[in-house]
Ligand binder design. Structure first.
Ligand SMILES: [Zn+2]
Ligand SMILES: [Zn+2]
Length: 462
């Protein structure tokens, strides 16, 4: 049990792998969980569709686990929630309004919404959970309402950055709250637990505004149909497609359930107030001139059941794409998905479709920008926050090591590259690895439980 003079940090995922971000914080006899995502199996595993930390390992501290705070609505940060709550874990959850809506939908589908305590906190809001005094800070990323969490304790403040970048014009929501970051830094930060995804690269500062400009030029210059393919949670990208389509005299439809849900969630919260309405069904594009139509869809990772693969197969429920039409994969291909993506792209090319990838540009403007900070942005954050200790997370060993080197260069007393399930003790006296806990992984399968755990968890909580 953690004492009053220390903060224990236990990363349960996201280290040495991509995805499954879970971080446990312990202080003064209590525990707090930040994010509960999932990751996908590295190789094909028969029947396995997601990997999460085995919640049975949390059973001994279940009554001391006071809450889960969510930083943003990406699958690698929230994907485990509707599968594990309330069966295996049932602490209250705090999330921003956009993430709350996404979670409500999922829990509703699982018929468990009534059994889970879901609290909403505003971006920039402060709240207390037991001995943890939490202040959320507005950041920018590739989803609405990403926040960093300043977790205040008697032993010092830990800044958990979540996923972030410094986008000066995010298109949905406002830019990063630099004043809040500086204020938190001025008050003194014991440690910063920070995103490492692009730590090994010096990147120019990029913005969703640049992607919007690329879309504007693309839509204006193409004579055929245009489809933009992006993650369903990338509401800014969706908005840019709608704005660019309308500006070039096109009607734009969105397709795919996750895309429609995400759009509705964002619109309901007023995040798309200045953005033209989408046609609800791609079939509403029928009969229009090809130069007057546009489509926004998912499937940029080559997923067989997503709209892009259907477009490539010539599915009759979608507009028929062929010679003169353009498809943009406005996304980065996640390592491991290259083959699936290539398969879909070649099928599209075989139909005569022009296929543009995220790395392509239009008049120098990018069709995709990363949602994570490069080395320059990391250095800027370190100069604002000035933590004593750095804990790189969210990356493979290469990313974590590059991040640690950068942090030392930025003047931290120590940078701790840890592994999943290690217990790191942070205190005024110093930071060190205490040991490791036995935290096995659970492979979730696509079975008659509708993908929700557990048979096992029922025994664990019994
Ligand atoms: Zn992430
Ligand atoms: Zn993210």
């Amino acid at each position: 049990m953690p004492t009053r003079g220390e903060v224990l940090v236990v990363p349960l995922g996201g280290l040495g792998r991509i995805g499954m971000n879970w971080t446990l914080y312990g202080h003064d006899g209590a525990w707090l969980l930040v994010d509960a995502g999932m990751s996908f199996p590295e190789e094909e595993m028969e029947g396995v569709d997601a990997i999460v930390p085995d919640p049975a390992f949390l059973a001994p501290i279940a009554d001391k686990l006071l809450g889960l705070v969510v930083t943003h609505a990406h699958e690698d940060h929230i994907g485990a929630i509707d599968r594990l709550w309330p069966y295996a874990i049932n602490c209250p959850i705090w999330a921003t309004p956009f993430a709350c809506r996404a979670l409500e939908r999922r829990l509703e589908e699982a018929s468990t919404l009534d059994e889970v305590e879901l609290n909403s906190y505003p971006v920039g809001g402060s709240f207390e959970i037991g001995p943890f005094k939490i202040r959320s800070v507005r950041m920018t990323h590739s989803v609405p309402e990403p926040v960093a969490l300043a977790i205040g304790t008697e032993a010092g403040t830990v800044l958990h950055t979540g996923d972030w970048k410094f986008d000066p014009a995010p298109m949905v929501g406002e830019p990063t709250d630099f004043d809040a970051l500086r204020e938190i830094g001025d008050a003194g930060v014991l440690a910063m637990v920070c995103d490492s995804t692009n730590a090994h690269k010096d990147l120019e500062i990029t913005s969703e505004a640049m992607v919007r400009e690329a879309f504007m030029r693309l839509f204006a210059s193409r004579k055929g149909q245009v489809a933009i393919c992006c993650f369903s949670t990338n509401v800014a990208r969706m908005a840019s497609a709608a704005v660019a389509a309308t500006a070039s005299g096109r009607h734009v439809a969105i397709t795919g359930r996750s895309m429609r849900n995400s759009q509705e969630n964002a619109r309901g919260l007023g995040l798309l107030d200045d953005v033209p309405e989408f046609l609800a069904e791609p079939s509403h594009l029928r009969g229009l001139d090809r130069a007057q139509t546009a489509l926004v869809c998912t499937g940029g990772q080559g997923e067989e059941n997503a709209a892009l693969a259907k477009l490539a197969r010539g599915d009759r429920r979608l507009p028929s794409f062929g010679r003169g039409d353009t498809v943009v994969l406005s996304t980065r291909v996640i390592p491991g998905n290259e083959e699936a993506v290539e398969k879909v792209c070649s099928a599209l090319r075989a139909r005569g479709v022009e296929v543009l990838m995220g790395a392509d540009t239009i008049d120098g403007f990018p069709l995709h920008v990363s949602g994570h900070p490069g080395a320059n942005e990391l250095r800027e954050l370190y100069s604002l926050v000035r933590p004593r200790f750095a804990m790189p997370v969210h990356g493979t060993e290469m990313h974590l090591t590059a991040h640690a080197r950068l942090a030392r260069g930025a003047g931290v007393e120590a940078a701790i590259v840890s592994e999943e399930a290690e217990v790191i003790r942070l205190a005024q006296g110093g930071a060190r690895v205490l040991g490791r806990v036995d935290a096995p992984k659970l492979h979730l399968s696509n079975d008659e439980n509708g993908n929700r755990v557990p048979y096992r968890a029922k025994t664990a909580t019994a």
